[in-house]
Design a protein around this ligand. Structure first.
Ligand code: KG4
Ligand code: ZN
Length: 350
């Protein structure tokens, strides 16, 4: 840590995690997260109203915990960053209101930032400044994209994205089908460890030669999800027992295979030899292992933050905010508007 680098506080409330992170430069000082996931579990998905109310209840305690963990006082903070989109509108409003109150009362600049860019920027905290340029594979519950990132504070060029379900959404839906609790991604990951990934050959979406022309860098997971549903239903109707571990492992392999294959194709097509993976699904153990193996074979340098920094947190927002401060990006006006469907190209939101 360089003394004198700005101390940036980041707030994340776009979905069901209330996150407050504190960084100085690229050094992570605190990463406090309170999750309302248990309150949504019985509904099988995130309920926006419940998430918003949980953010209101968790905001001040999480803020206090982050300051205590970092050993700093709010008065020491040099800038405040907050996720202003994309995400659930009511949930985003809680974080942006808190951030605006802090910015105003501390008289410090405010940065409304893009959640998706923050998923990419967080790796600064673990592996230092981002390679320029890099191909970023962004895989979360709501988004799946391949991006050409030159400067994460300014230039993100989308190369492709999912035409239907996000990768995380596919994990969550297949988990539900297999009777695993919400959120399903970590459950499928856990169960798949004991399964045979070659047991069932599930389809790899948008990988046929004709797809590789029109949708070379795009993804599709809804056909895979339907294929798993049909496979399970056929076995159930025949009265056969289903080996959940084999189905989970085979499904996971189909998702991960496509993600890694398309990421490396994007690296080849653009001549970029750095791949960065971010978002909740980047916590997946099989994705991390296969990406490491295939990147090494292809001579591509791989960067993936540790699992705790892949899923939603405030540190990623602070990491992007601190990069924006360092790059001299102008702060947002007080009174930022949240944008629930902010495109990944808008690094500053609101
Ligand atoms: O980035 P994130 O925390 O929130 C969004 O911005 O959406 O991503 C959440 C998604 C969920 O769909 C969750 O099931 C998935 O990431 N996920 C995983 C794993 N951990 C979280 N998917 C597969 N394997 C995991 N280990
Ligand atoms: Zn996220």
């Amino acid at each position: 840590m360089t003394p004198g680098e700005p101390l940036v506080l980041g707030i994340e409330t776009s979905c069901d995690e209330t996150g407050v992170g504190i960084v100085r430069g690229t050094t992570l000082l605190a990463d406090a997260v309170a999750s309302s996931v248990d309150e949504h579990a019985r509904f099988g998905g995130v309920v926006p109203e419940i998430a918003s109310r949980a953010h209101v209840a968790a905001m001040v305690p999480t803020l206090e915990r982050a300051c205590a963990d970092a050993g700093v006082a709010l008065a020491d903070v040099d800038a405040v960053a907050v996720t202003a989109g994309p995400g659930l509108a009511g949930a985003l409003l809680v974080g942006s209101s808190a951030a605006q109150a802090l910015s105003w009362s501390l008289n410090k600049p405010l940065y409304g930032v893009n959640h998706l860019a923050a998923h990419v920027a967080v790796d600064r905290l673990e592996h230092g400044p981002l390679p320029q340029p890099a191909i970023a594979l962004l895989v979360s519950g709501g988004h799946t994209s391949l991006l050409l990132v030159d400067d994460v504070t300014a230039e993100i060029e989308p190369l492709g994205s999912t035409l239907d379900d996000a990768a995380g959404e596919a994990f969550d839906k297949v988990a539900r089908l297999l009777g695993l609790p919400f959120p399903g991604g970590p459950q499928v990951d856990r169960v798949a460890v004991g399964g045979d990934a070659t047991a069932i050959r599930f389809p790899r979406g948008l990988t046929l030669p004709k797809d590789l022309v029109r949708h070379r860098h795009d993804f599709s997971f809804s056909g895979l999800k339907t294929s798993v549903a049909r496979w399970v239903q056929a076995r159930q109707e025949a009265g056969e027992t289903i080996d959940v571990a084999d189905v989970a492992a085979s499904f996971q392999e189909a998702v991960v295979d496509v993600l890694v294959t398309k990421s490396l194709a994007a690296c080849r097509d653009t001549g970029v030899d750095h791949l960065l993976i971010g978002g909740g699904v980047a916590a997946n153990s099989r994705l991390r292992a296969l990406a490491a193996q295939r990147c090494e074979a292809a001579g591509v340098a791989l960067r993936v933050p540790r699992p705790g920094l892949c899923t939603d947190n405030g540190a990623m927002v602070a990491a992007l905010g601190s990069a924006m401060v360092a790059a001299g990006v102008p702060p947002s006006p007080l009174g930022i508007a949240v944008d629930s469907s902010a495109p990944v190209t808008d690094v500053s939101v609101g």
